[in-house]
Design a protein around this ligand. Structure first.
Ligand code: GRF
Length: 228
C-alpha cells in the first residue's frame, strides 16, 4: 500500500532527497504528502520545491510551548494526508503530543550504531571514542532520545585520524540506502514489531544470514588477516 509520508527535517535534507529519489525511481512505494521543517531557510525546503512537493515551515522559536508546537505540527501533517512520519535530520525531541498522533508510525535515522552514541553528535562521538566500526540506524521513535526499536543498521569502517567529514560522508552514503529500504519494508507491510524486536518478514528469504565462517570481511574492521 502506498505509504502516505511526511518528511520532517531541520537542515540539508540529503536523506529527504534520497527518499524523493527512491520514489521517483520506483524503488519506494510512497507519496510524500508534505515536507515539514522547523527552520526557515532550511535547504530541505528548496529540495521539496524542486521536487514539486508541498512544504511547510513553522519556526519553533516563535512558540514558547513545546507541546503546543508539536500539536500544531501534528495537525498540519495529518491534514496534509500524512500517515507515516520520516524524521530526516529533525533536530528537536518530539513530545508525547506528537507521538500519540502517529502511534508507532514515526521513524528516524541516526548516524551511529544505536544504542551506542545517541544524541546530536552521533558520528562525532563515535569517532572521539575511537570506534573501529561506525554506522547508522533506522529506528522507530519513542519518547526517549534515539531509543526506539531498531529496524535496520549499516556498519562502515572508521579510520583513525581521518577527518570527521570523511566518516560522516561514508555514513551518509549508507543512510541514503537503508532509510528508503526501511520505508519500503513498511510500505509492503513486512515490518512486524514484537516488544523491542523488529522482524522484517521474509527478509531471510532474500538474503540468508551468512554462516559465521562465511561472514564478509567488511563486517570486521581493520580487516582480518589470513588464518583468522
Ligand atoms: C543525518 O546524519 C541523520 O542521521 C541525522 O541527521 C543527519 C541529517 O542529514 N539524524 P541530512 O539533512 O539528511 O543530510
Amino acid at each position: 500500500m502506498t505509504l502516505q509520508l511526511a518528511v520532517v527535517a531541520s537542515g540539508n535534507g540529503s536523506n529527504a532527497q534520497a527518499i524523493f529519489d527512491a520514489i521517483a525511481q520506483g524503488r519506494l512505494d510512497a507519496c510524500v504528502r508534505i515536507v515539514f521543517s522547523n527552520r526557515p531557510g532550511a535547504r530541505v525546503l528548496d529540495r521539496a520545491e524542486q521536487a514539486g512537493i508541498p512544504s511547510l515551515c513553522l519556526d519553533h522559536t516563535m512558540y514558547s510551548d513545546r507541546s503546543a508546537y508539536d500539536r500544531t505540527m501534528a495537525k498540519n501533517l495529518h491534514d496534509a494526508g500524512a500517515e507515516v512520519i520520516a524524521l530526516a535530520g529533525y533536530m528537536r525531541l518530539l513530545t508525547a503530543d506528537f507521538l500519540h498522533a502517529f502511534p508507532g508510525r514515526v521513524l528516524n535515522i541516526h548516524p551511529a550504531l544505536l544504542p551506542a552514541f545517541p544524541g546530536v553528535r552521533g558520528a562525532g562521538d563515535a569517532q572521539d571514542w575511537g570506534v573501529k566500526i561506525a554506522g547508522c540506524t533506522v529506528h522507530f521513535v519513542d519518547e526517549e532520545v534515539d531509543h526506539g526499536a531498531v529496524i535496520v543498521q549499516a556498519a562502515v569502517p572508521a579510520l583513525p585520524g581521518e577527518p570527521l567529514e570523511d566518516l560522516q560522508a561514508r555514513i551518509h552514503r549508507m543512510e541514503h540506502r537503508i532509510y528508503p529500504q526501511a520505508l519500503q519494508w513498511l510500505a509492503t507491510g513486512r515490518i512486524e514489531l514484537i516488544g523491542r524486536q523488529v522482524h522484517v518478514r521474509d527478509a531471510a528469504a532474500h538474503a540468508p544470514v551468512p554462516r559465521a565462517e562465511a561472514m564478509p570481511d567488511c563486517l570486521v574492521w581493520p580487516p582480518l588477516e589470513e588464518g583468522f
